[in-house]
Design a protein around this ligand. Structure first.
Ligand code: ADP
Ligand code: MG
Length: 253
């Protein structure tokens, strides 16, 4: 197998006495659309939080492109090419859709410690560049017509596309999506799938948490399953559907 683009070894996270993620070792193949499935409470979102630096592991390591990135903060990981969306998007409701995309963390000039010393014209130039890029990205996710709408007024599905737009501002090599299709109408789900596949053809790797088995069957390979904090399965989506261990996990047997 090719060197994994993202991997974990013995990744573990406790919340008090409760072990939410238990020695999970994953290898994500570059260029794949890998599905991460498992019943509610299995630890999927916690794994994402550990991969993206939102939470620190109790034990274990995370590597990106073979480099140990355990414990790095989300902004730093984003700068290194790891982007993610959240299960529940929380845009800045009163800011416009465009402004929400423009605030994606990019290590923007004008905000760092050098900011006060930079020429104003330089900052304006940088802002114009970020605006142009944000409009381009909004156009890609089909939200350009809503650029000036308050982000609080768009639908749940449009918020998921907005999240993807924010992620794409950083041009990440690896994109983690937490339940992108949950609560999204079929039209927007199809747009999202089309965009994921287009980005994947351009070489981006995806790790996607999804409950909708149709989505997983049609778009994810391989599939990794978690149950009670442990990785219990890796294989194709077809194998996942036929696997007794997984059926047990879902039925809580
Ligand atoms: P999934 O995304 O697979 O549904 P989560 O990763 O959200 O599962 O949660 C896994 C388990 O860890 C659940 O039992 C959940 O209640 C618990 N958990 C998650 N986050 C926290 C937290 N911040 N504090 C305490 N328990 C948590
Ligand atoms: Mg979750």
């Amino acid at each position: 197998m090719a060197e994994p683009i993202l991997s974990t070894r013995g990744l573990t996270r406790d919340f008090g006495p409760f072990r939410a993620v238990d020695e999970v070792s994953l290898s994500i193949r570059p260029g794949s659309i890998t599905g991460l499935i498992g019943p509610n409470g299995a630890g999927k979102s916690t794994v994402f939080n550990l991969l993206t630096g939102v939470l620190k592991p109790t034990a274990g390591q995370v590597a990106l492109n073979g480099q140990d990135v355990t414990g790095l903060l989300p902004d730093k990981l984003f700068a290194l090419g790891l982007g993610r969306t959240f299960q529940i998007p929380r845009p800045f409701a009163r800011m416009s859709v465009l402004e929400n995309v423009m605030t994606a963390p990019l290590g923007q000039i004008g905000e760092g410690i050098l900011g006060p010393f930079l020429h104003r014209a330089r900052v304006r130039e940088e802002e114009a560049r970020i605006r142009a890029r944000a409009l381009e990205v909004l156009d890609f996710v089909t939200l350009a017509p809503l650029a000036d709408h308050p982000a609080g007024n768009i639908s749940g599905g449009q918020m998921k596309l907005l999240e993807l737009a924010r992620v794409l501002m950083g041009d990440p090599a690896v994109i983690l999506l937490d339940e992108p299709a949950a609560g999204v109408n079929p039209t927007l789900t199809n747009i999202l799938i089309e965009k994921i596949e287009e980005l994947n053809r351009q070489g981006k790797t995806f790790l996607i948490i999804e409950h909708d088995m149709d989505f997983v069957m049609q778009h994810c390979d391989p599939v990794i399953a978690l149950a009670e904090g442990r990785a219990v399965f890796e294989g194709t989506a077809e194998e996942a559907q036929a696997n007794p261990v997984l059926l047990d996990a879902y039925l809580g047997v």
